[in-house]
Write a protein that binds this ligand. Structure first.
Ligand SMILES: C[S@@+](CC[C@H](N)C(=O)[O-])C[C@H]1O[C@@H](n2cnc3c(N)ncnc32)[C@H](O)[C@@H]1O
Length: 453
């Protein structure tokens, strides 16, 4: 077995990242975009003899898996945006439930039943946010998505992103034309040169927030872009984020408001909420409603005197869990998200809510140490890296009776749940939500109850 060899194999399973796995000549072969059940021809890209592992690329599907469909996107496999578009939706859901089960077994040694997974109301056109790298040359700028594993950009104006609706392409075309007509130089990561790096856009309820990420502040005349935004959207807001760092972090520090609306204002049922451009907001608007409903159902099963919502973002989940019968504390590190949460508190008259801006690790102890005698329910929804062990200890040592853990990364979730279990909690329920159709990502919800001795 050597590089560039063409090999024929049957894909036996898929890893938790969706990559197809088969065997050939005593090697374990990993093939992106190959599905369990496919018989394929693959080209060997890399051989690791010590580990008997081969990485290969899919060249031909000789006999398709029963789960295989034609991916509707013409740049599927080139653009790194999604990796499961070639699988039936039912098999995507099955894959995700199995992924969560596998991660619990492997990373926490916990055998859970195959969790129920709730489908997304939309399988395409569900994303409300897009971040587009800007590349190319002055006058020939290209906006799009990174080609898998590279810094090359697949143009969005020349293709569609099926995960977003028309607004995303419109934004890409408009910004691309603006950068080209204004002769704005795109960023070049090789030389750390150029002016414009990324365009980040969020579109919720007919309102667009657009952030241009530039290496220098105040160097762009946005007048022509504003004219175009006005022509296309009744409610738009334009921000500039200055990021001169040579790393791959998109936004740096606080974005500056240039013109238009400062925040998206919308409603979920009777709850009014606000989103600023630097704040986290769930990308799948419709599926998020189902997730929040389930979190509420879980919380309502507990007797609660104090609710702690950790990693609370703009506070929409907090508001949907709010109840006049208990005090609610919401902890969030991003100042603009806490600003949105404070606006939400006023707009909805949530008198028993206190929004705390800061690191959970620093702010939670100040509140939780006073709650030992109270029946406390905690909701945690951390970023992908999960919880720090100190936060888990804070809950167990201060008597948080119940913890509802919301997670977009089932590997760190499994690791953390393992620690909760060691500290005397037991899993009472697990449920998954497909917030990210056509990708290998999955949102999970775990209910943990503290065992009384
Ligand atoms: C996955 S989001 C969840 C937001 C919210 N629950 C929702 O559904 O919109 C995680 C949030 O945690 C915040 N965050 C990250 N690290 C934090 C920390 N150390 N302390 C407090 N908040 C943090 C992020 O800014 C982000 O808003």
């Amino acid at each position: 077995m050597k590089q560039d060899d063409l090999i024929t194999l049957t894909i036996e399973s898929q890893g938790v990242d969706g990559v197809g796995i088969g065997k050939c000549q005593g090697f374990t072969v990993f093939v992106p975009y190959a599905l369990a059940g496919d018989q394929i021809v693959a080209k060997v890209d890399f051989v690791n003899r010590k580990k008997s592992v081969v990485f290969a690329s899919l060249k031909e599907v000789q006999v398709p898996s029963q789960n295989r469909v034609e991916a509707p996107c013409p740049v599927f496999g080139k653009c790194g945006g999604c990796n499961l578009q070639n699988a039936t939706y039912q098999s995507q859901l099955q894959f995700k439930a199995e992924k969560v089960k596998k991660n619990f077994a492997k990373l926490a040694g916990i055998d859970i039943p195959l969790p129920e997974i709730v489908a997304s109301p939309l399988q395409f056109g569900y994303r409300n946010k897009i971040a587009l790298p800007v590349s190319g040359k002055k006058g020939k700028v290209v906006l799009g998505m990174y080609k898998t594993g590279t810094h090359q950009v697949v143009s969005l104006p020349n293709n569609d992103c099926l995960l977003c609706q028309d607004w995303a392409k419109k934004v890409a075309v408009l910004c691309q034309n603006f950068f080209n007509e204004s002769k704005i130089e795109p960023y070049n990561s090789k030389y750390n040169s150029g002016l414009v790096k990324h365009v980040v856009a969020r579109f919720v309820d007919g309102q667009l927030l657009l952030t241009v990420v530039a290496t220098k502040g105040g160097a762009i005349d946005y007048a022509p872009l504003k004219k175009q935004l006005d022509r296309n959207w009744a409610k738009w807001g334009l921000y500039e984020n200055v990021n001169s760092l040579g790393n791959n972090v998109i936004l740096s520090g606080k974005s500056n408001h240039v013109d238009g609306i400062e925040a998206i204002q919308s409603e979920m049922g009777a709850i009014k909420y606000f989103i600023h451009p630097d704040s986290f907001f769930q990308v799948n608007t419709q599926a998020k409603d189902l997730l929040y409903k389930k979190v509420k159902e879980f919380v309502q099963e507990f007797q609660t005197e104090v609710l702690l919502d950790c990693f609370s973002g703009v506070g929409l989940l907090t508001a949907s869990l709010y109840d006049e019968s208990y005090d609610t504390f919401a902890f969030e590190i991003e100042p603009s998200a806490t600003q949105s949460a404070d606006q939400m508190k006023i707009a909805n008259n949530l008198v028993r809510l206190q929004n705390v801006c800061g690191d959970v690790l620093e702010q939670l102890p100040k509140v939780i140490c006073k709650l030992k005698e109270k029946k406390t329910t905690a909701v945690v929804d951390p970023p992908r890296k999960g919880l720090s062990p100190q936060v888990i200890k804070m809950f167990s040592q201060n008597g948080a009776n119940n913890v509802v853990y919301v997670s977009c990364d089932s590997a760190t979730l499994a690791r953390d749940v393992g620690l909760f279990v060691q500290d005397g909690y037991s899993i009472s329920k697990i449920c998954c939500f497909d917030l990210f159709p056509n990708t290998d990502h999955v949102e999970s919800l775990v209910c943990l109850q503290r065992q009384t001795n």
